[in-house]
Design a protein around this ligand. Structure first.
Ligand code: NAD
Length: 434
């Protein structure tokens, strides 16, 4: 099948490369000239493990190409995916659909023959209908179907998630598009991936429901962590104790600084707004949004408290800036709340992140970026771990102590064991553990 992917970001590039790897002929289109030029030179504009090799193989096999020219890439496609951004709309928190609407219009202007237009972007219920209307208005003669096919991949494990997903959700309104979607995902039938066919509205809502549920799980365990701190319990053991219950499951029960990233914050907020305008408020998700925002803002207080109540004239080493490991994505990362709050409290921040520095430099001001973990620690009054990159998990504590002015560690991801840290002579602060 011939596939055109509009938007070559975290989702579009991974989906495009994986569809090509399934054997389809894929063109990934983007408006961002620098991105397309990099890709044409064999460079990957984002950090995603395994992606460079996958792209290279499929380009070499002639199944994957890149283009700035939407008009030339759409007419021959059997399916055109819209994988553009849907950020929070400034001011009101609804999903900003302007990129989706614009892409729909551009596709409509040039499509030829029967075409399935698929929204892969995360879009509120009813967007499929809007896309259909835009196309029909722009091109009353067009022969097309609009399908919803939300993406559930996780940055950092995106290829695995796309190729071995727990499920694929497809919202269709007719048989012709259903057949094409089935054909596109045929390789997944071999490993018996459940393909959940449903109507468009259900598919659109399923994506928000999934993200809101996961965000709720994280927020729940974060609140349990706070309670653990008050009553002398251990949140990791609580999480294990409840997670082994098959009805609950062990994933997304890691207490930390609050969720961030390119999806949960904006998607929970957009779901809250959709529910409100439909007169069916989701009180749980509203609370989750509020608690999580407050939590991220409060995290710097832990560092301040660990440093004796003041950061004036002190240096804090920060390890990890991205919203999670194995990505360079800084969107809504907890570090964006924590680092400025530390600076506001008077600290100088020395930070290291294995992949996020280039992005961080665009957003975080007045940070000294170190070239490695140990360089970030040099002369600092304390170290705060914000993102749990693997390379932070086995630090040489003797070296840590020799580099820091005082052996204080605030571990917002609970990657170390409190007893072992005490033995190592580190004054160790973590989340929800005695
Ligand atoms: P992104 O910002 O990384 O990429 C979007 C790309 O679309 C950009 O490169 C932009 O230049 C391009 N673009 C915008 N309008 C265009 C147009 N008219 N023509 C061509 N290119 C255009 O975004 P992303 O993180 O890949 O997210 C895309 C969508 O997928 C969002 O709705 C997001 O919520 C959803 N999603 C993201 C993830 C994730 O982990 N990042 C996971 C699941 C779903």
């Amino acid at each position: 099948m011939r596939v055109t992917m509009i938007g070559t970001g975290y989702v579009g590039l991974v989906s495009g490369a994986c569809f090509a790897d399934f054997g389809h002929e894929v063109v990934c289109v983007d408006k961002d000239r620098a991105k397309i030029e990099k890709l044409e030179n064999g460079e990957i504009p984002i950090y995603e493990p395994g992606l460079e090799a996958l792209v290279a193989e499929n380009v070499k096999a002639g199944r994957l190409s890149f283009s700035l020219d939407l008009a030339a890439s759409v007419p021959d496609a059997d399916a055109v995916f819209i994988a553009v951004g849907t950020p929070s709309r400034r001011g009101d928190g609804f999903a900003d659909l302007s990129y989706v609407h614009q892409a729909a219009k551009e596709i409509a202007e040039v499509m030829k023959g029967y075409t399935v237009v698929v929204t892969k972007s995360t879009v509120p219920v009813g967007t499929g209908g809007e896309v259909e209307e835009i196309i029909r208005k722009t091109r009353p003669d067009a022969n097309f179907s609009v399908v919803s096919n939300p993406e559930f991949l996780r940055e950092g494990a995106a290829i695995m998630d796309f190729k071995r997903p727990d499920r694929v959700v497809v919202g269709v309104e007719d048989d012709r598009s259903r057949k094409i979607m089935r054909e596109l995902y045929r390789p997944l039938y071999l490993n018996e991936t459940p393909i959940v066919f449903t109507n468009r509205a259900t598919s659109e809502l399923t994506k928000y429901a999934a993200n809101a549920f996961l965000a709720t799980k994280i927020t729940f365990i974060n609140e349990m962590a706070d309670l653990c701190e008050k009553v002398g319990a251990n949140v990791q053991e609580v999480a294990r104790g409840i997670g082994l219950d098959g009805r609950i499951g062990s994933k997304f029960l890691h207490a930390g600084p609050g969720y961030g990233g390119s999806c949960f914050p904006k998607d929970t907020l957009a779901l809250v707004r959709t529910a409100q305008v439909n007169d069916s408020p989701t009180k749980i998700v509203e609370a989750v949004v509020e608690i999580n925002d407050a939590r991220k803002k409060k995290m710097a207080d832990r560092v301040i408290a660990a440093c004796g109540g003041s950061l004036k004239g002190k240096t804090i080493a920060v390890l990890g800036l991205t919203f999670k490991p194995n990505t360079d994505d800084m969107r809504d990362a907890p570090s964006l709340d924590i680092v400025p709050a530390l600076q506001k409290a008077g600290a100088r921040v020395q930070a290291f992140d294995p992949a996020g520095v280039e992005e961080a430099q665009k957003i975080l001001q007045d940070v000294v970026y170190a070239e490695g973990v140990y360089q970030a620690l040099e002369g600092a009054d304390a170290v705060a771990i914000i993102t749990e990159w693997d390379e932070f998990r086995a630090l040489d504590m003797e070296r840590v102590k020799s580099l820091l002015k005082a052996p204080i560690m605030i571990d917002l991801r609970n990657i170390y064991n409190p007893a072992e840290m005490a033995d190592a002579g580190i004054e160790y602060h973590s989340i929800g553990r005695p």
